[in-house]
Design a protein around this ligand. Sequence first.
Ligand code: CUA
Length: 386
Amino acid sequence: MILHINYIQHAQAASASGLVPVLFALLEEGRVAPGARKPSQARCGAPEAMVRRRFGSASDRAVFLCALLSTLLGGCGLDSPMTTVLPKSDLGGVIHDLFMHISGWALFIFVIVEALLLVAVWRFRDRPGRAEPRPVHGHVGLEIGWTLIPVLIVISIAGPTIAAVFRIQAPPPADALKVEVIGHQWWWEIRYPELGVATANEFSLPVGRPVSLSLKSADVIHSFWVPQLGGKRDLIPGRVNVLSFTVTAPGEYPGQCAEFCGISHANMRLRVVAQSPAEFEAWIGRLKMPPVRPAGDAAKGLQAFLAGGCVACHTIQGVSPGVVGPDLTHVGSRKTLAAGLLPNTPQQVARWLANPPAVKPGVLMPKLPLTEEQIAALVAYLGSLR
Ligand code: CUA
């Protein structure tokens, strides 16, 4: 069933990405009969050879087959972390159960309707000497049947849907862990107001404890979406939306901004790390520690950080108070950089520092006039902030 749903998601993605229209275009092309003229070409009197149907060639058939197979087999991928069919929270479970319930009805109706259609086509096909079939106008039993059955099906879908909506909108329990998620163009600010720590783009949550995410925006509308943890919820300027759930299994769950928010919308990723309560406490403990005192190249990096424009935008506890960009107090402990765009390796940090807009179009961080030595020192310093 998972493969089946993955296939549906993949088919939707293929459709959205334009693959299906391409396939249909190829099929349409194939409907031109051998030797026939297309209207435009017929008008201008093009020779027969120029209007041979293109789909008829071996290479076109191979392209069609490859496109079809990639669409179908793509649904068989098991390594699909951005999936809603392997829910890892109670909220994700509620949505998934509802989806499966409705999909079950859709499959059932599809099978019944197609079966009846085939039976009707076969039984009532035209044969020589056969009389006209009897019309069913005014058949009371049929009229009642095909009114009542859909009503019952709609009720059986509406009941669980309404129950799921109330569950999804329920206020969080009083003991829920409070987390503020603030959307920026194009990164995620994460704050734990009761614990006094902040981070960006990737954050930890304890397994088994209810969490309450307060979703806010610093600029335009964004949307928080970690598929395995539940549905999308918007971050709207001037408003606080709440998303509450309990993670049920440890793991790393990737997410993505799900509302178009500008040129780098697709570069606004996030990562939730679900850990045991003890591991979560240890992680919070590390965030509370002051940054290490840099030495060697890292000390030169601190000087470059203070002398360059960095301090104006970034917070490093005890060093700088900037709030325009992500808090960098423990940036060295993050796995990714630039809202999930790059792995947090020295090479990629250097690439980012050299020219941020080349990596993330539209980013507020400008291309600073840094020398190669300054970049190397900054890489050492940022990497030491663990
Ligand atoms: Cu933020 Cu799209």
